[in-house]
Design a protein around this ligand. Structure first.
Ligand code: PXL
Length: 282
């Protein structure tokens, strides 16, 4: 019997709950076969840790892809997250060409937050990431990533809905059919946080909000992206996929509040039951 299959291309941060150590358990729990392409192995993620190790696996990626092509693997979705170099972006473009037919190409341009690029990234890298986004079907940047990709000045939120909608149209001009902005707080409802998406083919916006919790945890973007991509790969609508991803991420954050031990990532494992139950409803 057919099983949904997703390719997830990003790093393994051995400690720190992000990228593949989040995508693999979440999408697996959702029922999708999750085939991982590790781009690098780090001892921890780079946010708030020093002295982490970094083993680059760039040269393995085309070999993995070539082997998979030779055995005729097909994917419902190809998902990318944290990528470490220009070369890795070029390799992902090749993978999109090789495996893109019939697959949702989902790009989370992980590289920045709160107005700043993460350790090791440059504005030139952001422009290259914008070119990868051009070849995607769906992109899910936060405001900082959107601004770096569009060469715009970053402004602190909350924002007007018009401002976000204007940026989403500019993002979709890069090429992707759907651009969804994550972590949106509107000035009209500062106690809510969510996502606004623009579907270029329908010329329609959709949005979904949940509580705006007054805390920040690392890796929540990866929890969101894995859940949204998993839902889309399983054939759910854009609206549903955004809703389940926002609600599950908020549930994970709530579970982690007050646990200062876990500032490096959220306790998503303890909320997996919430996610699987959610998927059983409508
Ligand atoms: O959560 C995004 C992410 C993924 N992988 C690595 C990171 C980060 C963010 O800092 O450092 C290695």
């Amino acid at each position: 019997m057919f099983q949904t299959r997703v390719m997830s291309i990003q790093d393994i941060s051995c400690f720190g709950k992000c990228s593949l150590t989040v995508a693999l358990p979440i999408m697996s729990a959702m029922g999708a076969e999750t085939c991982i392409v590790p781009t690098a192995i780090l001892s921890t993620h780079t946010g708030g840790f020093t002295g982490f190790t970094y083993r680059d696996l760039t040269e393995d990626i085309p070999k993995i892809a070539d082997h998979w092509e030779s055995i005729g693997l097909k994917f419902n979705a190809i998902s990318t997250g944290y990528l470490g170099s220009f070369e890795q972006i070029a390799i992902v473009k090749d993978i999109f060409e090789k495996f893109g037919d019939g697959a949702i190409k989902f790009v989370d341009p992980v590289m920045a937050d709160n107005g700043k690029l993460y350790t090791g990234f440059t504005p030139e890298f952001a422009r290259e990431m914008a070119k990868l986004c051009a070849q995607a079907d769906i992109i899910v940047p936060n405001m900082t990533e959107a601004c770096f990709m569009l060469g715009m000045e970053y402004k602190e939120g909350p924002y007007s809905e018009e401002y976000i909608k204007d940026i989403l149209k500019k993002l979709s001009d890069l090429g992707a059919s759907v651009a969804a902005m994550t972590g949106v707080v509107l000035d009209s409802a500062p106690d809510r946080q969510g996502v606004i998406a623009y579907d270029k083919s329908k010329d329609e916006f959709c949005s979904y909000y949940n509580e705006n919790l007054p805390v920040k945890f690392h890796g929540t973007g990866d929890v969101f992206a894995s859940t949204m991509c998993g839902a889309l790969a399983l054939g759910r609508s854009l609206e549903y996929s955004i809703r389940v991803a926002v609600d599950y991420t908020v549930e994970c954050i709530k579970k982690s509040i007050g646990d200062d031990e876990h500032k490096y990532g959220v306790r998503f494992e303890e909320c997996i039951g919430y996610l699987t139950e959610y998927l059983k409803g409508e």
